[in-house]
Design a protein around this ligand. Structure first.
Ligand code: DAT
Ligand code: MG
Length: 152
């Protein structure tokens, strides 16, 4: 399985509800590597590009309004198969359909307040990492205990 990078963001509801530590901890404990992290209030321009595929949907204006309403914690996580695995950790888009044990399954009830975003594939991951981060914000590093997570 290839080492990949994915874009993950804790949405304003997750930040406001004090869930940053809880969510970061789940990715850390799983064994993925944090290669970028920042808190920002996204511009409307970034939000509209980020959710561009949904621009014709009726919920789009509300979604952009919500995502720009306060601080977001933007991250890039790295690891084997991290793109699909992060989506599993996050759970289904509708929190009431998300399995217990997933972030949305454990921590959310409403589709419009589902706490977290994760890229849905390799193309999206590349696009979203480039949209939210400059290359100099991404840190290449190897955790000192990596040998206990990954077979060489
Ligand atoms: P995901 O965030 O799981 O990738 P998505 O890409 O289909 O889901 O939609 C992006 C976000 O838009 C989603 O997290 C919440 C919001 N959204 C999606 N469908 C919606 C709907 N029917 N009503 C309100 N918000 C919706
Ligand atoms: Mg999506």
């Amino acid at each position: 399985m290839a080492v990949e990078r994915t874009f993950v963001a804790i949405k304003p509801d997750g930040v406001q509800r004090g869930l940053i530590g809880e969510i970061l901890g789940r990715f850390e404990r799983k064994g993925f590597r944090l290669v970028a992290l920042k808190q920002l209030i996204p511009s409307v321009e970034v939000a509209e590009k980020h959710y561009g595929v949904h621009s014709e949907r009726p919920f789009f204006p509300g979604l952009v309004n919500f995502i720009t309403s306060g601080p977001v914690v933007a991250m890039v996580w790295e690891g084997e198969g991290v793109i699909a695995s992060a989506r599993k950790l996050i759970g289904a888009t509708k929190p009431l359909e998300a399995e217990p044990g997933t972030i949305r399954g454990d921590l959310a009830v409403n589709i419009g307040r589902n706490v977290i975003h994760g890229s849905d594939g390799p193309e999206t991951a590349r696009f979203e990492i480039g949209l939210w981060f400059s290359p100099t914000e991404l840190n290449d590093w190897t955790p000192s205990d990596q040998v206990w997570r990954v077979e060489e």
